[in-house]
Design a binder for this molecule. Structure first.
Ligand code: ADP
Ligand code: MG
Length: 682
């Protein structure tokens, strides 16, 4: 495949600029689609200029008068033009070196720009212009606009595309869209679609071609997920577990509280999966505090009763340690001990743990990434549980599963995922949802306040500490390197000025694991009153005596993330509060108000998705989901649904994509890493 530098119009100077935009080869350029078009086809008659509603308008006229002047240091060129309807003004302000002295009466000009209505008639602030020959018929085009850089303009990119178009189109390759699907949908051929996006005759043609690419990208995505699932279903290589009679009652009986209905249902779903010889691949979603740990314990118990081991992997030591300490009492009544595997563990205790796992003596390992290192082996791993699964990469999840022979897999997340996204991003996972919190929790009261009221917020913190409680104060930055509030500086300020009588602690991502654990430990034991923290405190950390969560610069966080932070409080008996502080000059009240009104994580996630769009949201849900080529999981969700239906048909007819008409799709799946990354179990 030819390198970008080999194309006509690309020289040694511009080739690196293309590469900076990610365009390394001619093929990359073909796939570099314009994101919009400037429609230069029709000049607007002067009588209608400024009333069409378009952000920029075109006009063609004959120069009547040229005025050049300076105002506040800027060169201003004003040209009066006449068309069949009347007169209009074309205006160049500043940076006019090329136009000064260029125009004279009688010339024909094409101009394009934003139109203002002035007393002297419509005025075009010229963004583009061309001098037309006297008898030259105006002939404008749809000009593709590409994402450009400072040094490499969209105009240059368009010129290179235009110059090489036939050669580029020859690179289109096999169509991933099977001909029968293409015909049914009435889409253009692949080659024709590339032509239509890069050099469209009409906006409709470009739009249709674009939709075809979106559809195809989704088809590949959906097909990848369904192929995975089909492959998994075919393998029959997992251990089919037996559920001993009365096990659920036995498990429930050992708990100090009754199971919620949702927990009972979800345990049932998971256990059902595990009775099959098809490896489970299930996502367990549950808001913070919904009791996922307990559900994990039930799955571990079933495994242990069948003589198999389980492993639970969490993204940080704090979380892993917390899981270990929560699982231990849940599993102890059944004689199951929890083995910890951490990076910071002493060599000796690590070696002992690894021995017990390798021999099969230990039934459960709980740990961090340390679990997937080479030294860790299991005698018979039957269940892999991955907590906060989106924080692990595809390979890491795969490596944990590879510690066993086709183990059942349970992915857990406390990030509520909007339904639309869950169905597409996690298409190869079965889903369970704990949509009910354990009873007896007092709802957290949430306020959004301007930062000028921060002194009163800290008064509130002081009053709560006086009543024997603790507080979190979360800020986005560690140091003062930006205009964001820094935890280090704010901790100093609280210590020295604002709350000098209180014990202030500090937690952020630059502390090493041991230091973090030390600080968290002191906070958990009540030796710290107010903990200043970055979002390292976000997930899972559980200190029931903390009753106030203050988030500084709350406007910098997504709603879902704020909801997670809020979940750090309200875990004890006392009434809890969350205070979201935003700068006086931002207008975030509406967005933050959603949090003051609702504690339903799923509703908040839907709102977050609506406000921020899929790209950003998907990034927090699943590494790789934001890397779609041109499709957008929210904007184009209807197209996704259709593509998903077609994919189901294709996979049902041809489960290994061996038919010649599926060759293009097969090749696309192999080629595009984003498609593969989206599929969890790859
Ligand atoms: P998650 O991991 O989903 O955030 P946890 O498993 O940590 O939630 O549970 C949160 C708290 O709720 C724990 O202290 C747990 O003991 C308690 N809990 C879990 N299930 C129930 C229940 N059915 N009834 C009462 N309390 C429960
Ligand atoms: Mg938890």
């Amino acid at each position: 495949m030819s390198a970008i530098g080999e194309l006509a119009g690309v020289g040694p100077k511009s080739a690196p600029l293309f590469r900076e935009l990610g365009i390394l080869s001619a093929r990359d350029l073909l796939d570099y689609l314009p994101f919009r078009y400037d429609d230069l086809r029709f000049p607007t008659p002067s009588s209608r200029l400024g009333s069409t509603g378009a952000p920029e308008e075109n006009a063609v006229g004959i120069v009547e008068h040229v005025k050049e002047r300076r105002a506040r240091g800027l060169e201003i060129v004003e040209v009066r033009l006449r068309d069949d309807d009347g007169v209009f003004i074309a205006k160049w302000i500043g940076r006019n070196r090329y136009v000064i002295g260029r125009f004279r009466a009688g010339m024909r000009l094409f101009v394009r720009g934003r139109v203002e209505r002035t007393l002297a008639g419509p005025a075009v602030n010229v963004a583009q212009y061309a001098v037309l020959g006297e008898d030259e018929a105006y002939h404008g085009e749809l000009v593709p606009i590409y994402r450009a850089s400072k040094e490499l303009t969209t105009r240059k990119i368009a010129a290179v595309v235009e110059k090489n178009l036939p050669a580029l189109l020859d690179l289109a390759g096999d169509d991933p869209l099977p001909p029968s699907v293409r015909e049914r949908k009435g889409y253009p051929t692949l080659r024709e679609a590339y032509r239509a996006v890069h050099a469209p005759g009409t906006p409709q043609e470009a739009e249709r071609a674009r939709e075809r690419f979106i559809f195809t990208e989704f088809l590949a995505l959906a097909a990848a997920a369904q192929l995975r699932r089909a492959e998994r279903e075919r393998a029959h290589d997992a251990s089919a577990l037996a559920i001993p009679a009365g096990l659920l009652d036995e498990f429930a009986g050992a708990l100090p509280y009754p199971l919620t209905g949702a927990q009972r249902r979800v345990i049932g779903e998971i256990w059902d999966d595990m009775t099959r010889d098809v490896p489970m691949n299930r996502l367990l979603q549950g808001d913070v505090g919904s009791g996922k740990t307990l559900v994990a314990a039930a799955a571990i118990l079933l495994c242990a009763r069948n003589g198999l081991q389980s492993a639970l992997m969490a993204p940080t030591e704090i979380l892993a340690a917390q899981h270990a300490s929560k699982l231990a009492p849940l599993l102890m009544p059944f004689g199951i001990a929890v083995e910890a595997v951490f990076g910071s563990q002493s060599a000796r205790s690590r070696a002992a743990a690894l021995d017990r796992l390798a021999s099969g003596e230990a039934a459960v390992a709980v740990g961090t990434h340390a679990l997937i290192t080479d030294g860790v082996a299991f005698a018979r791993l039957g269940l892999a549980i991955i907590d906060e699964q989106h924080r692990f990469g595809v390979e890491q999840r795969a490596r944990l599963r590879a510690k066993g022979a086709s183990p059942h897999t349970l992915h857990m997340t406390a990030t509520p995922i909007p339904r639309t996204l869950a169905q597409s991003v996690y298409a190869d996972l079965d889903q369970s949802k704990i949509d009910e919190l354990p009873p007896g929790r007092t709802p957290i009261e949430t306020f959004a306040v301007r930062s000028s009221r921060l002194p009163r917020v800290y008064e509130f913190v002081r009053a709560n500490v006086a009543r024997g409680h603790q507080a979190y104060v979360v800020a986005p930055a560690i140091d003062e390197e930006s205009d964001l509030t820094s935890v280090v500086a704010e901790a100093e300020r609280l210590k020295n000025e604002v709350l000098p009588e209180l014990r202030i602690g500090l937690l952020h991502g630059r502390l090493n694991a041991r230091e973090k654990d030390e600080v968290m430990g002191r906070f958990a034991r009540g030796e710290i009153d107010v903990l200043l923290a970055t979002t390292v405190v976000e997930v899972g950390v559980d200190v029931p005596n903390a009753s106030v969560m203050v988030v500084l610069d709350a406007h910098r966080y997504g709603l879902a993330q704020l909801h997670q932070l809020r979940g750090r409080v309200g875990r004890g008996a006392a009434k809890s509060f969350c205070v979201l502080v935003y700068p006086d000059d931002t207008r975030e009240t509406e967005r933050l108000a959603i949090l003051t009104e609702s504690t339903d994580g799923f509703r908040i996630a839907e709102e977050d998705l609506r406000i921020r769009g899929a790209g950003e949201f998907a990034g927090t849900v699943q590494a790789g989901a934001a890397d779609l080529w041109i499709a957008d999981l929210v904007r184009d969700i209807d197209v996704y649904r259709e593509a998903q239906r077609e994919a189901a048909q294709i996979v049902a007819d041809d489960p290994e994509l061996r038919l010649p008409e599926h060759g293009g799709l097969h090749a696309m799946l192999a080629r595009r890493p984003s498609t593969r990354a989206l599929v969890l179990s790859s």
